[in-house]
Design a protein around this ligand. Structure first.
Ligand SMILES: NC(=O)c1ccc[n+]([C@@H]2O[C@H](COP(=O)([O-])OP(=O)(O)OC[C@H]3O[C@@H](n4cnc5c(N)ncnc54)[C@H](OP(=O)(O)O)[C@@H]3O)[C@@H](O)[C@H]2O)c1
Length: 396
C-alpha cells in the first residue's frame, strides 16, 4: 500500500445517506492510500443520476449498508498511484470514471476516492473535466446494454467496413437496416445509445422523446422521432412500422421491431406503451429499476428490480424482456480492461461521442450541491441534459 502524499488530508468530507429515507448528510471519511491496482483521486467534479434518487427516496440497496456514500461518477486528478499498478496512470493525470456508489473507497460524492485503475480513463486533451464527467456512467450503460442485453456485438476497434464481396455487402446492409427503437432517447442514457448505434453502423434507429429534442436527436443518429407528449404515440410508431411492412412484403413472422431499449423503465410511462409495440421475438432492454411510482416531496418511490414482475400477462408471448444491470459490465473481461481505460476516452477524443449538455448545479457547500441536484431529479426537472457539480471546495 502506498502512503498518502503529505498534502493529502487524512480525512475528507463525503455525502452519504446515514439512515434510509432521511436527508443526505455530510460525513467525514478516512482517506485511503491506494493498494496495488488502485489510484487515489482528488475528486473535483461529479454528476448526479436518477440512481441517487432511487437510493435516497426508494432505499434501493441502502438498508444494512449505511452510511451509504453517494455518487457513481468521478472526475478529478490522480494524487497517488498504488504499487505495481500497470495502468499507465500517473500522478497529475486528469481522470474520469463510472464507479460504485455505496463504497467508502470509490464513491463519487467525496473529496478523495481510492479507485481501481480499470474504472478510470484519462480525460483527453482539450476536453473540460465538467463535460467528461457527464459521460462515463451512461456511455458504459449504452455499450453494455447494446452488447449484453440486445445481443448486438460492438467490435473494438471500429474499422470502417470495406465490403469486398457481395456477401459482405449484404451483411453490412442487413446491419444498417436493423430497426432499433430507443424509448426515452432524450435521457442521458438514450443520447449515448443513439451515438453508440450510429458509430457501429446502425442506421434505422427510431427515437421517442419530447418534440423539442427531435432535431438534436436526429443529429445524434435517430432516423425518425416520435413525441411521447403528443396523443397516440404508440399509434404513430405502429403506423410508421406498418408503412415499412407494406414496402417490403417479406416480413412474415418477424417482429416489427426486433430491438427495443427502454431508457426510462417507468411502468406506466414507457413499459405499458411498449407492451403494444413489442412482438414475439422482440428483445426489450429495460433500465432497472422499474419505477412503479415516481417519488414526490410527500411520497416515496416504489421500485421493482425484477422486470418479469411488471405488467405480467400484458406482453405478447415470445417477447424477451431484459433488465439492464450496468454494474455487472465488468463480467465481460474485455470491457473490464478496455471500456473505461481505452474505449470511452477514445470515443470522446475522436469526437464520436458528444457529452450530454450540462446543467451546472451551484451551491455553497458540497452538501448543498448534492441536495439541489437530488431535488431537481425528484421534481423531474432534468430534460436532455446532465447535472454536473463541483465536489472539492479547494478548487476555483
Ligand atoms: N440499470 C442500469 O444499468 C441503469 C443504468 C443507467 C441508468 N439507469 C436508469 O435509467 C433511467 C434513466 O437514467 P438517465 O440518467 O438517462 O435519466 P435522465 O437523463 O435524468 O432522464 C430524464 C429524461 O427522461 C425522459 N423521460 C421521462 N419520462 C419519459 C417517458 N415516459 N417517455 C420518454 N422519455 C421520458 C425525459 O425526456 P424528455 O426531455 O424528452 O421529456 C428526460 O429528458 C434512470 O431510472 C436510471 O436510474 C439504469
Amino acid at each position: 500500500m502506498a502512503s498518502l502524499p503529505a498534502f493529502v488530508p487524512a480525512t475528507h468530507p463525503a455525502v452519504a445517506i446515514t439512515s434510509p429515507g432521511k436527508p443526505l448528510q455530510l460525513i467525514n471519511l478516512p482517506t485511503i492510500p491506494p493498494s496495488p491496482g488502485e489510484v487515489l483521486v482528488h475528486v473535483t467534479h461529479t454528476s448526479s443520476s436518477p440512481l441517487d434518487l432511487h437510493r435516497a427516496s426508494g432505499d434501493l440497496h441502502v438498508h444494512n449498508n449505511t452510511p451509504f456514500v453517494m455518487g457513481i461518477t468521478i472526475g478529478g486528478t490522480v494524487v497517488a498511484v498504488g504499487p505495481n499498478t500497470a495502468s499507465g496512470l500517473r500522478v497529475g493525470d486528469r481522470v474520469f470514471g463510472f464507479v460504485n456508489d455505496g463504497s467508502e473507497r470509490e464513491a463519487g460524492f467525496q473529496a478523495y476516492a481510492t479507485v481501481p485503475a480499470w474504472k478510470l480513463g484519462r480525460v483527453p486533451e482539450g476536453i473540460d473535466i465538467r463535460d467528461a464527467v457527464a459521460v462515463p456512467a451512461n456511455l458504459v450503460t449504452a455499450v453494455h446494454t447494446v452488447v449484453q442485453d440486445l445481443g448486438l456485438p460492438l467490435p473494438w476497434p471500429v474499422v470502417p467496413p470495406v465490403p469486398s464481396s457481395a456477401a459482405e455487402k449484404g451483411r453490412a446492409k442487413e446491419k444498417e437496416d436493423k430497426i432499433v427503437l430507443v424509448w426515452g432517447a432524450a435521457s442521458s442514457v438514450g443520447m449515448y445509445v443513439l451515438q453508440v448505434l450510429r458509430h457501429w453502423g446502425y442506421r434505422h434507429v427510431l427515437a421517442v422523446a419530447s418534440g423539442k429534442h427531435h432535431e438534436a436527436l436526429k443529429e445524434l443518429g435517430a432516423r425518425q422521432c416520435f413525441d411521447y407528449r403528443e396523443g397516440d404515440v404508440v399509434g404513430k410508431v405502429l403506423g410508421y412500422l406498418e408503412g415499412l411492412e407494406k414496402k417490403e412484403n417479406n416480413k412474415e413472422g418477424r417482429p416489427r421491431v426486433p430491438y427495443i431499449v427502454d431508457c426510462i423503465g417507468s411502468k406506466e410511462g414507457t413499459l405499458r406503451p411498449l407492451t403494444r409495440i413489442a412482438d414475439k421475438g422482440s428483445r426489450v432492454a429495460v433500465m432497472l429499476p422499474v419505477i412503479n411510482v415516481h417519488t414526490t416531496k410527500d411520497q416515496k418511490s416504489e421500485l421493482e428490480m425484477d422486470v418479469g414482475k411488471v405488467l405480467v400477462g400484458e406482453w405478447k408471448n415470445g417477447v424477451e424482456l431484459r433488465g439492464v444491470r450496468t454494474f455487472l459490465y465488468h463480467q465481460n473481461e474485455f470491457f473490464k480492461h478496455h471500456l473505461q481505460p481505452e474505449i470511452v476516452p477514445a470515443l470522446l477524443e475522436q469526437r464520436v461521442i458528444k457529452p450530454n449538455k450540462l446543467r451546472m448545479v451551484e451551491g455553497k457547500t458540497l452538501l448543498d450541491r448534492a441536495q439541489k441536484a437530488l431535488d431537481l431529479l425528484r421534481d423531474q426537472a432534468v430534460s436532455g441534459e446532465k447535472l454536473v457539480w463541483r465536489v472539492a471546495d479547494d478548487i476555483y
